[in-house]
Design a protein around this ligand. Structure first.
Ligand code: XMP
Length: 326
């Protein structure tokens, strides 16, 4: 589409003019905004962009591998992948308060990123996937309620501590424009139309204390749920249930319940499935997923993920419930 091609040309020219011969770093999360920003900045300055991808141990199944495959292997973007899971999970040990978990994850992220960025001494710029709604939200701080219900630091707050200049090439774009841009830049449709994923990741989807064992179980259950949502097409709309929901995921409940398997009794953990439909994430309805889909997901999780013997479906709307469980 010509409008988009022109837009890319202009954006590329602007980035080149702005950064000159300087080097740029960008925190790649695997989310839509940072991915599109990375693809765009890479188109403009190629190897003078270095992306830093921090694995906090609370990512979805295969996330790190998929990001590396997409950016490093296919697009030939320089990506530094940092496995910081030991550090994050270590700091989180024994902590069960949701807001404290968010704070720890945010703080640890800044620490790891700052250290890695410090090694890239030539870098003068920090590129970020800030989009127009983010700009309004932070600029409109005056009108925002003093008490936020949940702190939403999207693992950000970096520039001041780093002493880098800010490059925000998506600042004028709405989410749907960012997606179109991503497709035009050659990113796969599935990546660009992904559901949102919170910065603290599985850290707020494992209720209470976070443990690697729990994260490993949750990742596998969640991947099964998402796979089935993507593969189940609603015959009326001809869309997949992944497309028909705004956000869907599994939540780990650290309680054990009794089950039977073969001749034996099991005593294992519970997973809750959450799927919502919403236009703005401020209010949301639980999605009326087909029973057949829920049935497949449930039996696959229980059969394939040893350690989970019960699956429940969350039928709470927002408000009064929130989308995430923490
Ligand atoms: P709630 O649970 O408040 O979620 O209904 C609304 C939207 O915000 C996302 N969310 C977060 N995103 N850091 C983020 O980057 C966070 O700490 C966080 N908490 C919630 C949530 O996934 C949903 O899309």
């Amino acid at each position: 589409d010509w409008v988009m091609v022109n837009y890319i040309d202009e954006a590329v020219a602007r980035i080149r003019e702005q950064v000159g011969d300087d080097e740029v770093i960008l925190g790649l999360s695997g989310g839509v905004d940072s991915s599109v920003a990375a693809a765009l900045v890479h188109q403009a300055i190629g190897d003078r962009l270095t992306c830093v991808f921090v694995d906090h141990g609370l990512l979805r199944l295969d996330e790190a591998r998929m990001v590396m495959e997409m950016f490093a292997d296919r697009l030939h973007v320089k990506v530094l992948a940092i496995d910081a899971s030991e550090a994050f999970l270590g700091e989180l040990a024994g902590v069960s308060d949701p807001e404290l978990k968010r704070k720890i994850i945010g703080r640890e992220f800044v620490e790891v990123f700052t250290r890695e960025a410090g090694r890239l001494e030539q870098a003068k710029w920090l590129a970020q996937g800030t989009i127009y709604p983010d700009v309004i939200e932070s600029g409109g701080a005056k009108t925002k309620k003093a008490t936020t219900i949940k702190s939403h630091h999207n693992v950000g707050g970096l520039p001041e501590t780093l002493g880098l200049k800010l490059l925000e090439p998506l600042r004028e774009l709405f989410k749907d424009e960012v997606r179109e841009l991503g497709v035009a830049l050659g990113l796969p449709h599935d990546m660009v139309y992904r559901h949102p994923f919170p910065g603290p990741g599985l850290g707020v989807r494992i209720l209470g204390e976070v443990k690697r064992e729990y994260a490993d179980l949750l990742r596998r259950a969640d991947a099964i749920f998402i796979e089935e949502l993507r593969n189940t097409i609603d015959p009326v709309s001809n869309k997949s249930w992944y497309e028909l929901t705004s956000q869907a995921f599994a939540v780990f409940l650290p309680v054990k319940s009794v089950g039977v398997m073969g001749d034996g009794r099991t005593y294992e953990y519970v997973v809750a499935l959450r799927a919502v439909q919403t236009s703005d994430f401020m209010t949301a309805d639980w999605a009326e997923l087909p029973y057949a889909l829920l049935k497949t997901v449930s039996s696959r999780i229980i059969n394939e993920v040893r350690g989970i013997n019960r699956v429940t479906y969350d039928v709470s709307s927002k408000p009064p419930a929130t989308i995430e469980w923490e």
